[in-house]
Design a protein around this ligand. Sequence first.
Ligand SMILES: [Zn+2]
Length: 428
Amino acid sequence: MKDAGFNISPTFEKCQNISEVADYIKKWEQARHDLPLDTDGIVIKVNSYAQQEELGFTSKSPRWAIAYKYETESASTALKSITYQVGRTGAITPVAELEPVHLAGTVVKRASLHNANEIERLDLCENDFVFVEKGGEIIPKVTGVNTELRNQEAQKIQFIENCPECGTELVRQEGEAVHYCPNEMGCPPQIKGKIEHFIQRKAMNIDGLGPETIDQLFANDLIKDPSDLYTLTHDQLITLDRFGVRSVNKLLKGIDKSIEESNFPQLLFALGIRFVGSTVANKLAHHFKNIDGLMQASFEELVNIPEIGERIANSVRIYFKDEQNIAYIERLRSHKLPLELEVQEEPVSDSNLLEGKTFVVSGVFTTFSRDGLKASIQANGGKVVSSISKKLNYLVAGEKMGPSKLEKAEKLGTTIISEAEYIALIEQ
Ligand SMILES: [Zn+2]
């Protein structure tokens, strides 16, 4: 890129081995502070395409690239109070409200405390002075307590017992670090979070519906769970604030489209079953083929599926034991949502005239489009391949075909036929 005249960063280096990478990391540990921009780490990549291909990807990221993060800066400040956030799944996240403090270029007022175990681990007391760090996440975290500044009479932080949003008593499953509000169908942030999860791109992919609109629909009693989206009417929506004919139409169109274009794995992910992300949903959908099979699956059957562990199996069993969830699925079914895998239809075959024969299609044609010609070959039992080899039976040559292909075919003695000759072949 440099040779081509692009403006590139002068800081990159090509390393021959891992000890050179370590040297590079060390070199920039201090030097990075002199750069005209803030950096928190470096990216290390394998630059050989062959090795990249061999390493491949996990479901989330390439195995040939990784970020190295330098130790983060920390600051000390006073803990004012603790608030509790209720997430989509009902998970409760404690958040430390802090005396504002400067940290790595920003002012920090809040920091995540993750869960009750973390509060326990920190041995956090009221009005403590805490250390905060900004790691890779957007939200800073509390990493420790300055016990020297602790008031000896300070009370230990007690985790709340009831949901701050709906008042329901919280539960904590054995072995789990996280407290949950179990009121899945009645706790407002859980309802709204479920709908937001349901409509996202990897799930039911509904256009024209953002968090504000969901708040509005919920506040107006128009939706209580995602299945209610499919009952919304033009008359209901047009009365809402900020809703014009165009936005109403866009939303209704987005909802219709989600029925037509989504599939069973997407819907299964959209249900928001705890621990069932899109990869797991895909696996379960292909194993069971439809929701009814999954609903009846035993714990043993679930854990016997590769990569499905006890935690997921348990969560799936708990989800389908709940009558409210069953009723919800029946409502989705009544709205014609995809609760089974689509059966892949076999292409209709016209004949087996071309069976065992291979074809390369090249150039522009008059009767067929190029894709149409390929489909016709397949429909008659032939196989379309991409490159010319000794074993190739036919090259179907159209107008404007590349001269090098023609030359190669002639050299290998491939039978070259025109579109008209192809048509004669299948009309035998
Ligand atoms: Zn709640």
